[in-house]
Design a protein. Structure first.
Length: 541
């Protein structure tokens, strides 16, 4: 295959995409000045290969030292398996909650064999064997970010002194290697029966052959070039001899090099695009990793390690508590932020298996007064079955009074919930419902509600407490429903203050009630502003 076949015009757009990826890599090399380029195999190799071709055509200085490491999303499968993520599904990288990301980073510290292998592969690529100081990592793209998290974490463990830049090359997804092969050196009409690929698996084999490399083993960071013994080549050898497939793979890269070098005169170095670059792990991910590894850290430690200002640390920690990712143990400066027990047991906090109750009920008076969330409507097609189960559970507990406290933004209409009454009627139960609306202005940075003047007005809270007392006096079993967690904690705390447990005593009593629930690690209410509001509620009012 001495003469390269022409590339169809229909494939020009994808070649342009590879050209842009090559320019992006070269721009970052000129800007970042790395003493090592780390290409993530397998599909991350394409942009680096194209960049080498462009660099050779336009630059006089040599291309930086290059290491090729088999580090990709498939390695995350080991975490999904080994971390026993019961009910939590697959790890979704930066799309996950911070507690999951921290767990993933903590787990990576235990992968000593990867750390040893990564150090060896990079050290062998350095001309003098010295540790790299500036590493440019190149991958084809950043999707959900699991590879980005893994790469930064492992490099931080192996070469902590190195400054790392992770580049989303923005081009050449591995399926397109196979498409280029089909478009140029392997027309389906000339190779496969009926002029098309027989099945989907064969297409994957063809893509692997077109990329030209494969894993040495699933859990290794090493890679190897395809050979006649490669499983993908063996599968395709039913249609052409193995040697021809190897030649086709080489031709794919020859076509890429020829195209890039033919356009080299068009290259004008530019400032790298900021949206394609990641420079480090977020501070909150590192802090959450430390919480997992050290079984908790103090607020002062969080501030010192992150380098963030106190207000930023407070926002992060309050948000974690609010979303049940951490809990606070101890008091004062010695208080520690720790992972709640259900998450430490590797149960997903999004899929907690409640042993006896599907609802997180906060009982202020056993079997008489409970607070909880759930503006539920069983007419919703997706959530209907779940909502019906929860409401039936409340009816089983004897609840016959539903006080629905809703917070809505100005201009929005109230949605009454008829599910409780309808299910009670089907049981021939007499129940009552009361709807209370609190108008809000917006939500703050912690996603906490912001009522008028930034806090609940006492004249708005008192009627709710009055309604609770009136229903209890009538012999009802009351459930106070409020989806806004901070407001729910305020209402419960103020109710306790009204009935003889004012100030800090109300918060202690509220936490004692919380200790009896399945979510006993939660803090009610979460923010210091809300807790201060409860402490200041006048006794008996």
């Amino acid at each position: 295959m001495n003469q390269l076949p022409p590339v169809p015009a229909s494939f020009q757009e994808k070649l342009d995409k590879m050209w842009q990826a090559a320019c992006r890599v070269c721009d970052n090399i000129l800007d970042f000045q790395p003493n090592l380029v780390l290409a993530l195999m397998h599909s991350g190799w394409g942009p680096v290969f194209a960049a080498q071709a462009l660099w050779q055509a336009r630059r006089s200085e040599p291309f930086p030292p290059l290491a090729r490491v088999n580090l990709g999303r498939e390695k995350g499968k080991f975490f999904d398996k080994e971390a026993c993520r019961l009910g939590g599904g697959l790890f979704m990288g930066t799309w996950s909650f911070d507690v999951d990301v921290g767990h993933f980073l903590a787990w990576l510290t235990t992968r000593h064999e990867w750390q040893v292998e990564l150090r060896q592969l990079i050290t062998e690529a350095m001309p003098t064997g010295a540790a790299p100081q500036r590493i440019l990592v190149v991958d084809e793209c950043i999707h959900e970010g699991s590879t980005y998290l893994m790469t930064f974490s492992l490099l931080d463990l192996v070469f902590p002194q190195a400054v790392v830049r992770f580049l989303d090359a923005g081009g050449w997804y591995h399926s397109e290697y196979g498409e280029l092969m089909l478009a140029t050196v392997c027309p389906p009409a000339d190779v496969f029966p009926e002029g098309k690929l027989p099945d989907g698996k064969l297409r994957i084999d063809l893509e692997r052959v077109a990329m030209g490399s494969e894993d040495t083993s699933p859990d290794s960071l090493s890679w190897q070039a395809i050979s006649p013994a490669s499983p993908a080549v063996q599968a395709l050898s039913a249609f052409r001899p193995a040697e021809e497939w190897l030649a086709m793979s080489q031709a794919v890269y020859a076509i890429l090099a020829s195209y890039i070098q033919g356009r080299a005169v068009d290259y004008n170095p530019a400032e790298p695009e900021a949206q394609t670059i990641c420079n480090d792990l977020l501070p909150q991910w590192r802090l959450m990793r430390d919480i997992w590894l050290e079984h908790g850290i103090t607020r002062r430690q969080a501030e010192q390690r992150s380098g963030l200002p106190p207000k930023s640390i407070d926002r992060i920690l309050v948000n974690w508590i609010y979303t049940d990712q951490v809990m606070l143990t101890g008091r004062g400066r010695g208080a520690h932020f720790v992972i709640p027990p259900p998450i430490q047991d590797h149960l997903s906090y999004r899929h907690i298996e409640y042993p006896s109750a599907p609802l997180d009920l906060l009982w202020l008076q056993p079997d008489r007064l409970a607070f909880g969330e759930g503006h539920m409507d069983f007419h919703d097609q997706e959530l209907g079955g779940y909502a019906q189960e929860l409401i039936n559970h409340l009816l089983d507990l004897g609840v016959d009074c539903w006080i629905d406290v809703q917070t809505i933004s100005k201009g929005f209409t109230v949605e009454e919930n008829h599910a409780f009454a309808e299910l009670a009627q089907a049981r021939q139960r007499s129940v009552e419902m009361h709807l209370v609306v609190l108008e809000t202005l917006s939500y703050d940075a912690q996603n906490s509600f912001m009522p008028k003047r930034g806090r609940p007005n006492r004249r708005d809270i008192r009627p709710i407490l009055d309604q609770i007392d009136h229903s209890l006096a009538a012999g009802r079993v009351v459930f106070v429903c409020c989806d806004e967690r901070e407001l729910r904690g305020i209402l419960a705390g103020c109710y306790l203050a009204r009935h003889g447990q004012a100030g800090s005593t109300a918060l202690k009593a509220l936490q004692a009630c919380r200790a009896a629930t399945v979510c006993n690690w939660r803090r009610d209410p979460v923010s210091e502003r809300a807790r201060r509001y409860v402490r200041r509620w006048p006794a008996g009012t």
